[in-house]
Design a protein around this ligand. Structure first.
Ligand code: NI
Length: 137
């Protein structure tokens, strides 16, 4: 059976401050630079969600991409869009909101919800030059 990967892209805007409260202000400024700005800064994030699976004979789809879009909106975008990762997002509480930590949290919110397909890859673009990728594990 051929297995195919399908990807849906979603966009959201959010603010954050990359800051480790266990470190001094000087250490935070030295490590995180502008991303440590006390009064926050924002990004136009892009999230690519990929799932893999068999092609359903009845529909010709691996997974209906509009259903995948609705799932990602409900689980993630509705909770983070126009929000502040440090202050407003329950599932990021106590976590430094780097893209690395954000993508792991996103994975956990989706991995058990894409049946009968399988979540294989998330890509999170923080800027047009920087992105992180997670494939589980
Ligand atoms: Ni940033």
């Amino acid at each position: 059976m051929p297995r195919v990967t399908v990807t849906r892209r979603l966009r959201f805007n959010a603010a954050h401050r990359v800051h480790n409260p266990a470190l001094s202000d000087e250490e935070n400024a030295a490590i995180f630079g502008k991303c440590n700005n006390p009064n926050w800064h924002g990004h136009n994030y892009i999230l690519d969600v990929s799932v893999e699976g068999d092609i359903d004979e009845r529909t010709g789809y691996v997974l209906d991409l509009s259903a995948l879009k609705q799932l990602v909106e409900r689980q993630i975008v509705d909770k983070v869009d126009h929000r502040n990762f440090n202050l407003d997002v329950d599932f990021m509480r106590g976590v430094i909101p780097t893209s690395e930590n954000i993508i792991i949290a996103f994975w956990r919110l989706l991995v058990d919800r894409v049946s009968p397909a399988r979540l294989t890859r998330l890509v999170l673009w923080e800027t047009e030059n920087n992105y992180v990728e997670y494939t589980g594990g």
